[in-house]
Write a protein that binds this ligand. Structure first.
Ligand SMILES: [Fe+2]
Ligand SMILES: [Fe+2]
Length: 257
C-alpha cells in the first residue's frame, strides 16, 4: 500500500501549497491514501469545521491532530461525528472523538490510523505506551497496515514508542515540532519511523509563525498574539510503501519541496 503523510499544516500558506500539489503528488507516487496532521490548519492553531471540509475537499483522506485540536469548540461535535478526523487517543476517557480510525479504500483494503500524544514537556494525560497496547488489541487481525501519528515534543519519547511497537505497526510518524528530521528509517522488525515529518507552511519562520512575534515572546515573557509568517510555503511529508500482506514498511522516503 502506498501512503502519503504530511506534517502539521500551518495556516493558509500550508493549505494553499497542499491544495496546489496534492493531486499531482498523489499521481506521481501512486498513493492509495493521503494522511495529514491538521491541528494548526486554521490560523496556525486549531482546526475549524470549514477548514476541515476544505482539506478533505482538497484530497486528504484522513486528518490526524494533536494538542491544539480543542481550540475551536465546534470540533468537539465534529470529532464525534466525522470519522475521517481523529485526535490523540490517550486523552482521558470521556474526551470527544476517537484516536483510531479504520479506513476502507474504494477497493476494500483497510488501514488503521492512530493518533497519540506524548507527555514529556506536554500535557499530563494518559500513558501513550499503555494506550497503544489497547488500540492494537482492538484492531482486527486482518487490518495489518497500521500507521501511528505520534504527536510529541521529545525525541526520546518518540523513539522509545517506535521501538515499543516495532514489528506491530507499519509506521510511527512523529509530528508536533514542525521541523523535519533526517532520521527516516525502517526499524529491525519492519516498522517505518521518523522523529518528525515536519510541516506544510512558510519555511522561513518559527514553526510557521512570524519570527518577530516569537522573538518578542521570548524576550518579554509575555503572551503575544501569534501571526502566520509571510513568505513562500513548503511541503514536508513522507512517502511510505507498506507490504499489504505483512503490514511491514518496505520504503520510507522524505518529501521536502
Ligand atoms: Fe503543530
Ligand atoms: Fe502540536
Amino acid at each position: 500500500m502506498r501512503i502519503l503523510f504530511f506534517g502539521d499544516i500551518v495556516g493558509k500558506p500550508g493549505r494553499l501549497i497542499l491544495r496546489k500539489r496534492l493531486a499531482s503528488l498523489r499521481e506521481e507516487k501512486g498513493a492509495d491514501l493521503i494522511i495529514a496532521n491538521g491541528e494548526n490548519a486554521s490560523g496556525g492553531i486549531g482546526l475549524s469545521g470549514d477548514t476541515m471540509r476544505e482539506l478533505f475537499g482538497a484530497g486528504i483522506d484522513i486528518l490526524t491532530s494533536g494538542n491544539h485540536i480543542w481550540k475551536h469548540k465546534e470540533m468537539y461535535n465534529l470529532l464525534n461525528n466525522e470519522p475521517r478526523i481523529i485526535r490523540p487517543a490517550n486523552y482521558p476517557q470521556g474526551a470527544p472523538g476517537s484516536g483510531l480510525v479504520i479506513h476502507k479504500l474504494a477497493d476494500g483494503r483497510k488501514i488503521a490510523i492512530m493518533n497519540l500524544l506524548g507527555r514529556t514537556f506536554m500535557d499530563d494525560i494518559d500513558c501513550p505506551f499503555k494506550k497503544v497496547d489497547e488500540l492494537l488489541a482492538s484492531i482486527p487481525e486482518d487490518v495489518c497496515v497500521r500507521i501511528i501519528d505520534f504527536h510529541a515534543e521529545a525525541t526520546s519519547e518518540k523513539k522509545a514508542l517506535s521501538f515499543y511497537v516495532d514489528g506491530k505497526v507499519s509506521a510511527v510518524i512523529g509530528t508536533h515540532t514542525h521541523v523535519q528530521t533526517a532520521d527516516a528509517m525502517i526499524l529491525e522488525k519492519g516498522t517505518g519511523y521518523i522523529t518528525d515529518a515536519g510541516m506544510c507552511g512558510v519555511e522561513e519562520s518559527c514553526l510557521g509563525m512570524d519570527p518577530k512575534v516569537i522573538i518578542d515572546r521570548f524576550m518579554t515573557g509575555l503572551p503575544q498574539r501569534f501571526k502566520i509568517a509571510k513568505g513562500s510555503p513548503h511541503i514536508n511529508g513522507l512517502f511510505l510503501n507498506v507490504d499489504g500482506e505483512t503490514g511491514l514498511c518496505t520504503k520510507i522516503e522524505l518529501i521536502r519541496e
